[in-house]
Design a binder for this molecule. Structure first.
Ligand code: 5GP
Ligand code: MN
Length: 357
């Protein structure tokens, strides 16, 4: 039995909002991931089946690796199709904000949305959402926004409109936001939702392989390099750090998404329960963190790296040099574990260099 966790009042308000409009825009956070794209596209598809004119607009491009999600190519991308995005927003009578909790997570698209006099609906699973939404469905315990979109369909009696196309989109978010059913999916209802999605008979194995097991040769080589040469381990702190500079990324023809799952890898080592990845971007250092158990990386990202996220998967932006970001990581180690001296274990090539007289 899948319980109705969304307050009935909220569901009723959402139903009457949807009933009262025709044109609907749905958006999600910048650098959209499988959950952001899957949830927006599934909702868009079902709203269209309800007879609405619905569009997905995103702040920036989806990574190439996620182009397989049904409907991605029809998305209006602000950095690429600005006129179309403006047009959709001018015409919109209702706005859905999916998989983000604060307007700054949608970059310049936020400035366009701010003055709009239309109702805003939040469906999200990040902590501490902004107070700018008229209807707020915010459930940090949920595995993914796709789970919440499913629950909205269920509680609104819309599941009969969830066809294989919508189900494929939801599957991608349920899969990727749990790291392939590895974390954030301890609630048995998660699998009941999966079962209901699976009954729509899409090609699950192909989607799984495209979402979880598809990398370019460059990406695989970059990940191999990062693992063998750049992973610093701090077993006494349970920590791992990977730092990649722009120059290193360029050496492997980096394109967005190539390092997507890299930060998870060090957690395979039994002593390591939190992992930090610093990637030098054009104008900032992108910070990405993962952890296991009660250790909260969202607290670390909020306190030190202008970010946030979930307890076990969080991120942020550092405005400064890569060296400064790395120094800040060492400060975090010192702050969290003042009594443990910092003794990183060396990578194989560093060990070799040390042994060479
Ligand atoms: P990733 O490491 O995959 O980029 O991000 C993991 C999670 O961290 C995301 O789902 C999101 O919740 C959060 N996150 C990533 N980057 C940022 C950021 O710059 N700001 C905030 N507030 N959260 C972020
Ligand atoms: Mn998500």
């Amino acid at each position: 039995m899948i319980s109705s966790i969304i307050d009935q009042n909220t569901v009723d308000r959402l139903r009457s909002l949807i009933n009262g409009v025709h044109r609907i825009v749905i958006t999600c956070h910048k650098s959209p991931d499988g959950d952001a794209l899957g949830s927006t596209l599934a909702l868009c598809h079902v709203l269209r089946r309800l007879g609405k004119e619905a569009y997905v607009v995103t702040p920036d491009m989806a990574p190439k690796a996620l182009e397989f999600i049904p409907g991605v190519r029809d998305i209006a991308v602000f950095t690429k199709h600005e006129a179309r995005v403006r047009h959709y927003l001018e015409q919109a009578e209702l706005l859905f904000c999916l998989d983000f909790n604060a307007m700054h997570r949608i970059d310049r698209l936020g400035e366009l949305i701010e003055p709009l006099k239309i109702k805003r609906v939040l469906i999200d699973h990040h902590l501490d959402p902004d107070d700018v939404f008229d209807v707020k469905i915010s459930v940090p315990e949920a595995s993914s926004t796709c789970e919440l979109v499913f629950r909205v369909f269920m509680q609104m009696g819309l599941l009969r409109f969830m066809d294989r196309h919508a189900a494929s989109c939801l599957y991608v978010g349920l899969l990727t936001d749990t790291g392939g059913f590895a974390y954030s999916c301890d609630n048995p209802e998660f699998y009941e939702i999966m079962a209901s999605v699976m009954r729509r008979n899409f090609d699950r194995i192909t989607l799984y392989n495209k979402a979880m097991n598809t990398f370019s040769a460059d990406s695989l080589r970059l990940q191999g390099y990062a693992m063998s040469e750049k992973m610093k381990l701090f077993p006494q702190h349970g920590a791992s750090l990977i730092v990649l500079s722009k120059e290193e990324l360029e050496r492997f023809n980096y394109s967005r998404g190539d390092t997507e799952t890299l930060v998870n890898k060090p957690l395979a080592i039994p002593e390591i329960y939190w992992s930090v990845f610093l990637r030098e971007d054009v104008d900032r250092i992108k910070v990405s963190c993962r952890s296991q158990g009660d250790f909260s990386v969202s607290d670390i990202c909020a306190k030190y790296f202008n970010g946030g996220g979930h307890q076990n998967a969080a991120g942020g932006d550092f405005m400064g040099t890569l060296a400064e970001a790395e120094a800040l990581f060492y400060k975090v180690l010192g702050d969290l574990f003042p009594d443990i001296p910092v003794n990183e274990t060396l990578t194989p090539s560093q060990e070799q260099q040390e042994q060479t007289p």
